[in-house]
Structure formats: C-alpha cells, structure tokens
Write a protein that binds this ligand. Structure first.
Ligand SMILES: *Cc1c(COP(=O)(O)O)cnc(C)c1O
Length: 443
C-alpha cells in the first residue's frame, strides 16, 4: 500500500480528512487529548456516519422493501446504535449482549435480526418471544426452533419473528481467511454443495411453511464484490427452488454485509452502489420486487468515520530505528497488531497542538503501550519524525477497533467523543463513552 505522509504538501483533501484535521486541533484545544488525563481518545464523525447511512439508503431502489440492519459487532456502543436507528436503519445482533444494546438503543423488534452460530435455547426463546428475526444456523438449531414453535403442543410462541436459515453457498474465500464465511468448510450456515445437503435443506423448508427467509453472508474485509454477489446469487437460486415447491413460501432474502473498506486513503474504494450493481448483475431476481430484502453492513458504515488519537509519550532509537511510544496498541487495534499484513492502518503524524506535522519524514516504528514487543501499530513506516508530545492519529478505526476492546494489561477502554463541524469550522464534541474498564448500557 502507498502511505502518503501527511503534511508533505498541498494535496487535495477529502472532506472527511478536513473534518478530521479540524477535530484533532479542536480536541487538543478542548483538553480532550490532555497528556495526563487523556493521552488516548477515540472520535466519531457524526456527519460522516449520517452520510454513509444516506448513501446506503440511496444505493437501493426506493420501491424495494429493504431493511438495512447495521451489524452491531462493528461498533456496538448504544449511542451509535441509536444514531443509526434515527437514520432509519435496523440492527443485526449476534449475542445476548448485542441484543441488549440494540433494545437499549430503542430498536423495534421488527428491525432486529439475530444471527450467531451458537444460540442457546434460552436465546432462541427470548428472540421468538420478542418477535425479532432469527437466521437459523444449522439443522440442530432448526429442531430447537421446531420445539419452540406455537403450533406445537406446549410451544412457547413465535410471535412475529421472521425465520430463515443461513446457507453457506461455498463459493470460496477472500484474501483474509478469518474473515471469509463461504469456504468449503467454514463454520457458518448450512453448506449447499456438500453431498445431500441441499436436498436435506429443501426438505426442511418443504416441511416447514413458516421458514420464509434465506440468509447468506459471504464474509467481510478481503472478499471481492463478485464473490459476495456469487453467494447472494446462490441464496436467490435456492429461494427460487423452495418457491417452485411451494409458490410464495420465501418472503425475503437477507443478503448479509461485507462491503470491504479502503484502509489506504480517505476516499471509499467501492461504495454501496457498486455492491448493488454487482448483485444486480449476479442475481437479477433479487430486484424484481418478489422478495423483501435485509442487508447487514457494519464496517462500510462506520470504519472511515472514526479515528483514534494518541499522544506520543516518548521517542527513542534502537538498532538505528526511531521508535515512537504511544498509548494506541493492541488493546484498541488488536487485529492490526496480531495480523498486520491483513489489517494495515494508516498512521498520521500531528504536532502537539493538533496540526498536521511538518517534521521531516523518517522511517520509524509506532509502538503501543502493551507489554510485548510485537505491540506495534506500524513498523518501518515513513512519516514525519515523531517527537515527545506529538499526536498520532489512526484513521479508519470507527468499526471493530475502539469499540472492540482487548483487556490486555488492564488498559482502559479509551473515551469516545462524537464530533460535528459547524459551517464556520468550529467543532462541537459530545461524550459518547467515558474511559473505563467495562462498557455499560447507560453510555
Ligand atoms: C460481521 C457480520 C456482518 C457485517 O460484516 P461487515 O464486513 O462489517 O459488513 C454481517 N452479517 C453477519 C452475519 C456477520 O457476521
């Protein structure tokens, strides 16, 4: 990837980068990056989040009944979920904790979708009792739902839950194995191409007229659009096969999420409209109005609308290499630290007052605070030479980073501030979460 050292000349600035620069400077002025009280903090760009939600709505034909369910695991802070609800989104949850947060954020059960390969009986009963949609992961789970169905003597009531099965279209994996969910032997869903599996699932739908949805999620970062679209096409073809047996049985298709994000620059590489175009090409029947649709985007909505900022506590040189010691490490960037090739992040250098650094570029390491040598956000990276008291800013961390804390060294979760830039360039901050050790619903 190409790293463009910031402060290296007048490059055309993306509006997002402009807002970020204003926010960093204002945060310093407001004491939100005080070297003693808040050497590490996270920021969310509300205008950017709203714009992403708008783009998602706009990408899909207005006449189609689509529910865009935000994948809560990407950023499960209650105020973030509430903001997305206010933008007309639903919420995809994959654990009791995420469901609690979605409910705390005020989502209507009709706007919540429960996925997860390991739902307990109690979780299933709760979901059916609430009437939230459930995507069933496997044949054993299907039997558990059978036992909870109201049409069975002693059944506990399924309410208005939309019920479907997650298929694994086995269309292949993307560039990050751990993020790919449609490999031949991936743990998620019911494989469609294993011998006898498709027939068994078709029979399961034939036996259960209340199974009216089909779910697919091919994977996340690293999966090309064509792979995602091939998975959705397999889901649509399966739905049509169910419908041939009992016309109209399939009410909707949940196409999952997984739009990859560009971590190399401020612009978006592929947008929601590119995703729709790829689906249109691969699965035209999805757009003919016969099916309701659910999407489940996480990263593409939030990643580029959040950043981390840390003071450089110290600098040193070892073996000839300059090293900046910061407060941003594995506790907030776990994937980047443990799998740096798959999850590179840009690091931008700012001076102590929050202005893009104008120091001469130098190849250096940017290290975190954790007590293991591999705790590096960037190795051998050329950027303006960092000095004690400077700031490093880590953009594109609004999804899966500061909201997915790793408790190593008992380092606290960083405080999170939302920001809005006014027309005159002034910046307004709202605290979303204080620094702390355990997330609470009151946030
Ligand atoms: C993680 C996940 C998503 C969201 O993936 P993104 O890459 O963040 O868009 C959607 N659906 C399911 C089932 C998931 O597990």
């Amino acid at each position: 990837m190409t790293i463009r050292p910031n402060g290296s000349g007048p490059l055309p600035e993306h509006p997002r980068a402009h807002r970020r620069d204003l926010a960093v400077q204002a945060a310093v002025k407001d004491g939100l990056l005080d070297p003693d009280r808040a050497p590490l903090a996270a920021f969310l760009d509300l205008a950017g989040i709203r714009a992403a939600a708008r783009e998602l709505h706009r990408a899909w034909p207005a006449e189609l009944p689509v529910l865009h369910a935000f994948a809560a695991k990407a950023n499960s802070m209650v105020p973030v979920l509430r903001l997305l609800r206010e933008q007309g989104l639903g919420c995809e949850v994959a654990s009791p904790g995420e469901l609690d947060r979605a409910l705390a954020a005020g989502f209507d059960p009709a706007g919540i979708v429960l996925d997860s390969p390991v739902k307990t009986r109690a979780e299933l009963a709760r979901a059916l009792g609430l009437g939230i949609a459930v995507n069933i992961d496997n044949f054993q789970e299907l039997e558990r739902v059978d036992a909870l169905r109201p049409d069975r003597p002693g059944g506990s009531g399924q309410g208005g839950s939309r019920l479907g099965v997650r298929i694994n279209p086995q269309v292949g994996t993307g560039s990050i194995e751990a993020m790919s969910t449609a490999g031949r032997s991936t743990k998620f869903g019911i494989p469609l191409t294993d011998p006898g599996s498709r027939e068994r699932l078709l029979a399961a739908y034939a036996d259960r007229p209340w199974l009216r949805w089909v779910h697919v999620h091919v994977g996340s970062q690293g999966c090309p659009l064509e792979l995602t679209a091939a998975g959705v096409a397999a889901a649509v073809a399966f739905a049509q096969e169910v419908d041939r047996n009992r016309p109209g049985q399939i009410e909707g298709i949940d196409v999952g999420g997984g739009l990859a994000v560009d971590f190399d620059g401020d612009a978006d590489r592929a947008g929601f409209d590119d995703h729709v175009a790829a689906l249109r090409a691969a699965a035209p029947a999805l757009f003919d109005g016969r099916y309701r649709i659910v999407t489940e985007f996480g990263r593409a909505l939030l990643a580029k609308n959040g950043f981390l900022a840390s003071r450089v506590e110290y600098t040193k040189t070892a073996g000839g290499r300059p090293i900046a010691l910061t407060h941003a490490g594995a506790q907030v960037a776990t994937r980047t630290v443990f799998a740096p090739a798959a999850w590179p992040l840009r690091v931008l250098a700012y001076d102590r007052d929050g202005r893009p650094s104008t120091a001469a570029p130098a190849v250096q390491d940017v290290a975190g605070p954790c007590c293991f040598a591999g705790d590096l956000l960037a190795r051998g990276r050329e950027l303006p030479l960092l000095a004690e008291g400077d700031l490093v800013v880590v953009p594109d961390t609004g999804a899966y980073y500061f909201s997915t804390h790793f408790d190593y060294n008992s380092l606290p979760e960083p405080p999170v501030h939302a920001f809005e830039v006014a027309a005159d360039g002034s910046v307004d901050f709202t605290p979303l979460r204080p620094a702390g050790h355990c997330a609470t619903l009151e946030a």
